[in-house]
Design a protein around this ligand. Sequence first.
Ligand code: ATP
Ligand code: MG
Ligand code: MG
Length: 368
Amino acid sequence: STRIAIVGSGQLARMMALDGIPMGMCFSFLVEAKESTDCVDGLGRIVVRRGEAEKIYEDLGKPDVITVEKEHVDIDLLRQLQAHCAVHPNPDALEIFKNRKREKLSLQSLGIPLAAFQSVSSAADLQQAVQTLDKPIFLKSEEEGYDGYNQYRITADNETEVIDSIDFPSAWVAEGFVAFEREVSFLAARNVRGDIVFYPAVENLHSNGTLLRSIAPAPSVSEPLLAAGRKYLEDILVKTDYVGLICMECFVVGERLLVNEIAPRVHNSGHWTSKGALTSQFENHLRAITDLPLGSTQPQGISGMLNLLGVTLSAAQASEERCFLTLYGKTPQPRRKLGHITINSDSYEDVAARLAAMEKLAYGGVSV
Ligand code: ATP
Ligand code: MG
Ligand code: MG
């Protein structure tokens, strides 16, 4: 059987393994000493990172392929592991996408439109950004940011406070506010031999920087915008010789698409594919990195996904037809991603109504 090692042990690693095990794959997980492994307990060997690359490779059970469930990974270690087995996506691509500044410069060099931004590494840079960019300004750390963490929103009211609270020198990207009508993401997979498949675009709603709901296929996005998004993503995949599943998050402003960021991995906005597409994003990622033919991305009706942030539902509460509960096995903490629900139906109206009812049930009518 094909042996896959995943760097990371969160819900994305869990869902990859749960889709790969019936395909005859076996899994191991590389974690840091302090990392929680609740999500992957029982799904394969868990290896705490220690020692040289060769020893890590052996501890992982000499995998055929190493992949990642997050972009915050040690690129040098991945490069050393390449001496022993395939690493997908390749470390050069991950090095670009783990850093917002490198990512933006790389997208710009492909002619892909972005929000106005400035690199910030000193208080003077920040002063300059505050004077030129549209407010509220999003100040995002170059690395280690996710779910809106390591971000500030700078308004006229808090600008001195924020500038004073940051210890420079440190690396940030300041972005001007984008008055978007909606957010959409594009997911695609590319295998080793270079075949590419695209999922239908997804519309996403965030709450305080964290994804709350997705609807797929995204309603009310014009065909030219969809075509532009697919073209950008195809250019990115080919240019970086990317292998695996990728997600591109975008803002829609009128008839313009601005790329927000790239996630070099399976993505929360693709969770609906497990119940709402012929092949899930997790299976297609595994197919891509083991150079199998990619599976059909055809949607099965309309899907809606609701994240369970710090709350859960029981199987009984989510037992209506074409409603699917996925729990990650985590210890509850406020706003922590504990699971999600997917609703599948034949109409957008029905998906919206049933998703709203589930949200009320999960969050008790409190706004998220
Ligand atoms: P993720 O978990 O998706 O990796 P992140 O921490 O990398 O999140 P972003 O995706 O950059 O953060 O921002 C989170 C959300 O904040 C966006 O999806 C969007 O709703 C909002 N946002 C970010 N930047 C801007 C901007 N320049 N203008 C308007 N809204 C923005
Ligand atoms: Mg991000
Ligand atoms: Mg994001």
